[in-house]
Design a protein around this ligand. Structure first.
Ligand code: UDX
Length: 444
């Protein structure tokens, strides 16, 4: 198939490279000229394990190329995936203007039958609006091409995006057009021939809702175990063991029960807000999701409170922030708890050092006031405390005694329960985790 991918960010570029791996002829398009130039010179605009090789493979095979011109991308395409940004507006609604623009461009430039596919996460009923825009624009430009709309939401996690696309748990396709359904079956045929994954065909709005419901549920699980962690701190229980005890129940499962500073990233915060906004717009007050959001924000406040409780005043103190990316495996700082914490510390007059194995360039750009250090122990040298914000293995494997000998004050707040409490305390460190019992002799 000839496939256009409009928007080659974290979702679009992975989708484009995997489509090329499946033998399709793919044109990736972006209106960010810098991004297109980077890709054309065989660079990657962001860190994602396995993606560089996949892009290289597609380009070498002549099945993947990039352009800044949407008419070139759409010309001759059988299918066009819309993977543009849908950032949150004030009030939580997603900004769908970029999605609309792609619909208008398709109506203007499609030179043959085309299936326009929502890959970006969009609220229910977006596809209906997109179809309306296309019909109006086609009438305006007297373009007689047949353009059908479908929803094919992505379920990829940053840091595991290539694996999640090549080996998905499920492919969801929503459309009211048999022609579009057939086209997408042809797109995914190579995947379905080699992988054992569910293929769900439904209508547009149901497919759109599956995505929002999935992400909102995952965020709910995280806030649930974080609320349990708060209770564990009050009764002296260990949330890590509670999560284990829960996870052995096959109806619960062990995944997404890791307590800590809460979720960040470009998806969960935005998708929870968008789902809340959608629910309210159709008359349902999704209070449960309000609580999910509230608990999530409380977790980063909790870690800051633990730090304040140990340090008394933050002004004039040096704090090592260990881990900046919103999770291991990526250099993405969007909604990262570490960035929020660093900003609070700077505002309080503290000196902030940041270590991250992958995201330091992004930190330098976003927070020029912090000192970026490319070694975790060096970041801790003579610091008054260290705070773990991302559970990179370079941080999780830090030697407790060396940490104690390097820190100015032996204080560690572990926002991701990444370190071993017994080893920390044996080394004389005042160690505070999330939802794990603090020994009676610890500071308040
Ligand atoms: C998420 C969904 O997992 C993915 O299916 C969807 O397509 C996009 O959004 P992503 O945001 O890349 O993917 O990362 P994910 O691994 O889900 O983690 C999201 C956040 O939750 C991270 O900040 C992570 O630290 C946090 N998290 C995750 C927890 O705090 N506890 C957990 O148990 C799991």
């Amino acid at each position: 198939m000839r496939v256009a991918v409009v928007g080659v960010g974290h979702v679009g570029l992975v989708t484009a490279a995997c489509l090329a791996r499946w033998g399709h002829e793919v044109v990736g398009m972006d209106d960010d000229e810098r991004k297109v130039a980077t890709l054309r010179s065989r660079g990657l605009p962001f860190h994602e394990p396995g993606l560089a090789d996949l892009v290289e493979e597609g380009c070498r095979a002549g099945r993947l190329r990039f352009t800044g011109d949407i008419s070139e991308a759409l010309s001759g395409a059988d299918v066009a995936f819309v993977s543009v940004g849908t950032p949150s507006l004030a009030g939580g609604a997603p900004n769908l203007a970029f999605v609309e623009r792609v619909g208008q461009a398709a109506a203007r430039h499609a030179d043959g039958d085309l299936v326009l596919v929502e890959k970006s996460t969009v609220p229910a009923n977006t596809g209906i609006r997109l179809r309306q825009v296309i019909q109006r624009e086609q009438a305006r430009h007297r373009n007689g091409a047949r353009i059908d709309v479908a929803s094919n939401p992505e379920f990829l996690r940053e840091g595991q995006a290539v694996v999640d696309t090549l080996r998905p748990d499920r492919v969801v396709v929503g459309t009211d057009s048999e022609r579009a359904a057939a086209a997408l079956r042809a797109v995914y045929r190579p995947l379905l021939d080699e992988a054992d994954c569910a293929y769900i065909e439904t209508d547009l709005v149901t497919a759109e809702l599956i995505k929002h419901a999935s992400n909102a549920y995952l965020a709910t699980r995280i806030s649930f175990i974080n609320a349990v962690a708060r209770i564990c701190e009050l009764v002296g229980a260990d949330v890590e063991v509670v999560a284990q005890g829960m996870g052995h129940d096959h109806r619960i499962g062990p995944h997404f029960l890791k307590a800590g500073m809460g979720y960040g990233g470009s998806c969960f915060p935005k998708d929870v807000d968008a789902f809340l906004h959608l629910a309210r717009s159709v008359g349902y007050d999704f209070g449960l999701l309000d609580e999910v959001r509230k608990v999530n924000h409380q977790m980063r406040e909790l870690v800051l409170d633990k730090l304040r409780a140990e340090l008394w005043h933050l002004e004039g103190k040096t704090v090592a922030v260990l881990g900046a990316a919103f999770k291991p495996g990526t250099d993405d700082l969007r909604q990262a708890p570490a960035i929020w914490l660093a900003e609070q510390l700077l505002e309080a007059g503290a000196t902030v050092r940041v270590y991250d194995p992958v995201a330091l360039a992004a930190v330098k750009e976003q927070l020029p006031q912090v000192e970026c250090v490319d070694d975790p122990l060096a970041a801790c040298r003579d610091a008054h405390a260290a705070v773990v914000c991302t559970e990179w293995h370079e941080i999780a494997r830090l030697d407790a005694r060396r940490l104690a000998a390097t820190l100015g004050y032996p204080i560690v707040v572990d926002g991701r329960n990444a370190l071993d409490p017994a080893a920390m305390r044996a080394a004389g460190i005042q160690y505070h985790a999330v939802g794990r019992p603090a020994r009676a002799t610890d500071a308040p």
